[in-house]
Design a protein around this ligand. Structure first.
Ligand code: ZN
Length: 271
């Protein structure tokens, strides 16, 4: 017989240790959560699930079942906001705000298609200021409405954070940070082409994207060049070519509308 306690009680016992120290119960299965599963505990939506704390034998929380805060306490909207990686302004960006003059019609259609069935990849490409970031954030926001967890990351910043986990005394280790991004049901990956193409960076990005490709996890990628064109920046080595060939198996949409700063201003104004 296991003890069952609330999430708040577990948090009190864990003190400063954040929620990601909690893993789903036996058998511990780090498999990615799917749309239709609670993004925190992994139980099917509608079945209130439990978590266990990732603690050593002898710890007061060892072997204790913790009520999932999303399933039991309505914490899901807050969790989806926190995990989204979006700034307060970006959390308000909505596909519904796009009008014809913005020149984003094709991208908007592709985004709605993806939101309807957020598996596999979608790639948006266009030069700077064409609205790629805007569409990525809108997709994550529309998925939040459907209780699906999505995360927006800027590829070079994510690699910096990953690298920083090698420093001593970092609050989150490499494996946990990497798994958090690798396993998120939907990942919006901005500025993939702007990564400093070191061997290490290429390795990590390849691992991340290869995993998401093999599991058909929803992944939206923004690039500043045409992945099908000959103009692939020469600094990208072979592993990046492997990513590009996978990108081309899924929809690729060009954003050619030009400047969307008006749209962003209007949105920021509505805050
Ligand atoms: Zn849950």
């Amino acid at each position: 017989m296991c003890d069952i306690i609330s999430f708040d009680e577990a948090r009190r016992i864990l003190q400063e240790r954040p929620a990601w120290f909690l893993a789903r119960p036996e058998p511990y299965n780090p498999a990615p959560k799917r749309p239709g599963q609670c993004p925190i505990c992994g139980y099917p939506q509608g079945t209130p699930g439990f978590l266990v704390a990732d603690v050593p034998v002898g710890h007061p929380l060892f072997g204790v079942l913790i009520r999932c805060p999303a399933c039991w306490n309505g914490y899901l909207p807050e969790y989806l906001r926190k995990i989204s990686g979006l700034s307060p302004t970006m959390l308000n960006w909505r596909l519904e705000n796009i009008v014809a003059e913005d020149g984003l019609q094709e991208a908007t259609r592709a985004a709605w298609q993806f939101i309807k069935r957020p598996v596999g990849w979608l790639t948006l490409w266009g030069s700077f200021g064409t609205g790629k970031t805007f569409i990525l954030a809108c997709i994550i926001n529309a998925l939040r409405d459907r209780q699906i967890a999505g995360m927006y990351i800027v590829a070079p910043e994510f690699l910096d954070r990953l690298r920083a986990t090698y420093e001593p005394d970092t609050p989150i280790g490499f494996n946990k940070l990497f798994a958090q991004v690798r396993d998120i049901p939907v990942l919006a990956l901005d500025e993939l082409g702007q990564v400093q193409a070191t061997d290490w960076a290429n390795d990590k990005l390849f691992q991340l994207l290869d995993y998401r490709y093999r599991h058909r996890l929803g992944t939206v990628i923004a690039l500043h060049f045409d992945p099908a064109g000959k103009a692939v920046p020469p600094q990208f080595p072979l592993r990046f070519q492997a990513i590009l060939s996978r990108i081309k198996e899924f929809p690729v949409v060009e954003l050619s509308g030009g400047d969307v700063r008006g749209l962003l201003r209007q949105e920021a104004h509505n805050d």
